[in-house]
Design a protein around this ligand. Structure first.
Ligand SMILES: Cc1cc2nc3c(=O)[nH]c(=O)nc-3n(C[C@H](O)[C@H](O)[C@H](O)COP(=O)(O)OP(=O)(O)OC[C@H]3O[C@@H](n4cnc5c(N)ncnc54)[C@H](O)[C@@H]3O)c2cc1C
Length: 244
């Protein structure tokens, strides 16, 4: 039974683009409709495969950015300038197009809402994508377990899912955004890179015993994980996902 489930998950299948939403300057939400989707956990990802007319194939992983409750499976893709796959997904894909995809994948970097501990999320760039699923899931379940997000983006225009994050902040999620490049006039959030001092001041302290999920580019994730461990968080409480 379990083996059959794994085999089903790893089969390539077709997803239809049901809607496209601009989420940031270079990022779009692709809402996919997938026949027979068996559900997913917040934090899981899928593999997307593109095939060129000459048969050349390219495959990339994308976190699922929608909660398990969502009728569509959403991906938030940020364009990487000289990338092979992401520019196509962000600039060329249209509603009604089909994509080859397999998943859901991953049993480690997931958030189980039955866990009572507070939750600390730390995202760099497009690493916020799985946390959009986590936050929507937390909201859908009406949970009171405290959640905090520390999110590093280059500029305000690069902040993915701003409206959604504002909505989560309004319902009590502590959202802290750190901009590493341009800051708009009157910006009251953080400026500069996430450093050990940022971690100390803007994440849940060790004595609250939070679960911590960290996601983003490899160098970001490793620096944050090191700072969390130095701060005294047990390694078992920290889960990381590298987008590098
Ligand atoms: C588990 C997992 C989940 C992921 N989820 C998401 C997601 O939800 N949203 C999303 O946008 N991306 C996500 N990624 C990253 C994604 O898989 C691709 O790596 C990304 O879209 C770039 O692919 P590309 O073909 O456009 O670039 P490539 O042609 O692969 O790379 C072009 C150049 O950009 C560099 N590069 C590659 N990826 C990145 C990056 N993320 N940031 C900066 N530089 C990069 C490469 O080193 C190379 O120099 C995820 C990766 C993993 C492993």
């Amino acid at each position: 039974m379990a083996r059959a489930a794994v085999r089903r998950r790893l089969t390539w299948r077709l997803a239809t683009v049901a809607a496209i939403t601009q989420e940031a300057a270079g990022a779009r939400r692709l809402s996919l409709s997938i026949d027979g989707w068996e559900g997913h956990l917040a934090g899981q990802h899928v593999d997307v495969r593109l095939t060129a007319p000459d048969g050349y194939q390219a495959q990339r992983s994308y976190s699922i950015a929608s909660a398990p409750e969502s009728p569509t499976v959403d991906l938030v893709v940020q364009r990487v300038g000289d990338g092979e796959v992401s520019p196509y997904l962000v600039d060329d894909l249209r509603v009604g197009d089909e994509l080859e995809l397999r998943g859901p994948i991953g049993g480690y970097f997931v958030w189980h809402p039955d866990v009572d501990s507070p939750l600390q999320l730390v995202a760099g760039g497009s690493g916020v994508a799985p946390f959009l699923a986590v936050l929507d899931h937390h909201a859908a379940l009406g949970l009171s377990v405290p959640v905090r997000l520390l999110y590093s983006a280059r500029t305000l225009d690069d902040v993915v899912g701003r409206q959604r994050l504002d909505d989560h902040a309004a319902r009590g999620v502590a959202v802290t955004i750190a901009l590493t490049r341009e800051r708009p006039p009157g910006w009251t959030g953080l400026s500069g890179r996430v450093t050990p001092s940022t971690i100390r001041q803007h994440t849940l302290p060790v004595h609250r015993q939070p679960r911590v999920l960290v996601c983003g580019p490899t160098t970001f994730v490793e620096a944050v994980a090191d700072a969390l461990v130095d701060e005294g968080h047990p390694t078992a409480a920290i889960k990381i996902e590298r987008f590098g």
